[in-house]
Design a binder for this molecule. Structure first.
Ligand code: GLU
Length: 446
């Protein structure tokens, strides 16, 4: 494989798709050496096939807002790779959604899902619908219109969407209700992230954040470090940030910063149950601002326009959006003595930031390993739905623990470097890639 040549071809075919090209380059650079030791991969043109989605559905979503105005958005579902199971991945509602963003997410999802040990292929979907400032009724009408177009392309054995940025439990409810009405199929396993009374799995809302902290715990243990007493800076205040803050606090760390698009809240005393509950209120308000956190809790201080990465911390957990931590942010964190960065958002760090962390020799792990607990628990939800039963929280948590430990072990196996340190980026990419590549190879040229 020649990475430069493959990238040049992709840049010509998909000009301007920067997130997608960034995600592909990162994986190809990590796997190049291993790939070249497998002439059978080269012969079957695995790389040329794995970087392109199987198919993309694009559709118009028209709905009526509270003022009676007709609104039109674009909707998508990217079915990326089904070599190891039906397409599986979230739905993102955000004003910046476009094919490049969903292709990067679908590509990442393919390897992330492979890491979970469960039989799930990769997919992603979404819309450029902006939930900020929308009323609950508008959200419902939009979700119903979105599903009116999508329903024929998903199903319990074909493609199982879930939530992502801007699409949480409430939205999954509206989507599932409309799916059942249109399809007249009532299997509970067509979407995951459902409510507890209609097929949802206990712990799914917490799973991405909990899993991220279990992974971080393993990474720290391997490096003879501990979460106990560590100061953690978190970006975002949505579902993922909430799960991460909850588990970090439970494991003895102190969450000293939370951020939003409007700025950062310094929280030197750490989290309390009231503060954690308020994070959920903030997300549900659809205002996309974190400042009210400091208005509500006097020990917190809001600094407008600043990122979480400006706050001195031991561990940084990006939990919001891709490329939210850039080279300058990395320099600031390193200057302040940060010794661990675990990406919880998908591709949360730019290539420059990752390079800076690796050069500095601090602990760094990529999103596709760290945040895989979310989709893994979706996989457990699918299993329960197919068995028509529901596991207790402790059982799901134990399975999530085991999966995160397996992912950590896979990263160590493939990421161990001759000098003894572990390259988690390489480890996650090679482990995920080998599984999907072998599955593709064994199933012929299709
Ligand atoms: N959107 C989440 C992710 O990025 C979860 C996907 C799922 O549960 O299917 O992995």
């Amino acid at each position: 494989m020649n990475v430069s040549k493959i990238m040049a071809d992709l840049e010509r075919k998909h000009p301007g798709e920067s997130e997608y090209l960034q995600a592909v380059r990162e994986v190809l650079e990590s796997i190049e050496e291993v790939y070249n030791q497998h002439p059978e991969f080269e012969k079957a043109k695995i790389v040329e096939r794995i970087v392109e989605p199987d198919r993309i559905f694009t559709f118009r979503v028209t709905w009526v807002d509270d003022q009676g105005e007709v609104q039109t958005n674009l909707g998508y579902r990217v079915q990326f790779n089904s070599a190891i199971g039906p397409y599986k991945g979230g739905i993102r509602f955000h004003k910046a959604v476009n094919p490049s963003m969903l292709k990067f997410l679908g590509f990442e999802q393919t390897f992330k899902n492979a890491l979970t040990t469960l039989p799930m292929g990769g997919g992603k979907g979404g819309s450029d619908f902006d939930p900020v400032g929308k009323s609950p009724a508008e959200i419902m009408r939009f979700c119903q219109a979105f599903m009116t177009e999508l329903w024929q392309n998903i199903g319990v054995d074909t493609d199982i969407p879930a939530g992502d940025v801007g699409c949480g439990g409430r939205e999954i409810g509206f989507l599932n209700g409309m799916y059942q009405k249109l399809a007249r199929k009532y299997h509970t396993g067509v979407l995951t992230g459902k409510g507890m009374t209609w097929g949802g799995s206990i712990l799914r809302p917490e799973a991405t954040g909990f899993g991220a902290l279990y992974f971080t715990e393993h990474m720290l243990k391997k490096a003879n470090k501990s979460l106990r007493g560590a100061r953690i800076a978190i970006s975002g205040f949505g579902n993922v940030a909430w799960g991460a803050a909850t588990k970090a606090t439970e494991l003895g760390a102190k969450v000293i910063a939370l951020s939003g698009p409007d700025g950062v809240c310094l929280n030197p005393e750490g989290m309390t149950p009231e503060k954690l509950a308020f994070m959920l209120e903030l997300r549900a308000s659809n205002k996309n601002v974190v400042a009210p956190f400091a208005e509500k809790f006097p020990d917190a201080t809001f600094i407008p326009g600043k990122k979480a990465w400006s706050v001195p911390c031991d561990i940084a957990l990006p939990c919001a959006f891709q490329n939210e931590l850039n080279g300058d942010d990395a320099a600031e964190l390193l200057k302040n003595g940060t010794w661990c960065v675990a990406e919880v958002s998908n591709m949360g760090c730019t290539p420059e930031a990752i390079h800076a962390f690796q050069q500095a020799g601090i602990l760094f792990a990529p999103g596709k390993a760290v945040n895989a607990g979310g989709v893994a628990t979706s996989g457990l939800e699918m299993t329960q739905n197919c068995m028509h039963l529901s596991w207790a929280g402790a059982e799901v948590d134990e399975k999530l623990h085991f999966i995160m430990q397996s992912i950590h072990e896979a990263c160590v196996k493939y990421g161990q470097q001759p000098d003894g340190h572990i390259d988690y980026v390489k480890g996650a990419n090679i482990a995920g890639f080998m599984k999907v590549a072998e599955a593709m190879l064994e199933q012929g040229i299709i």
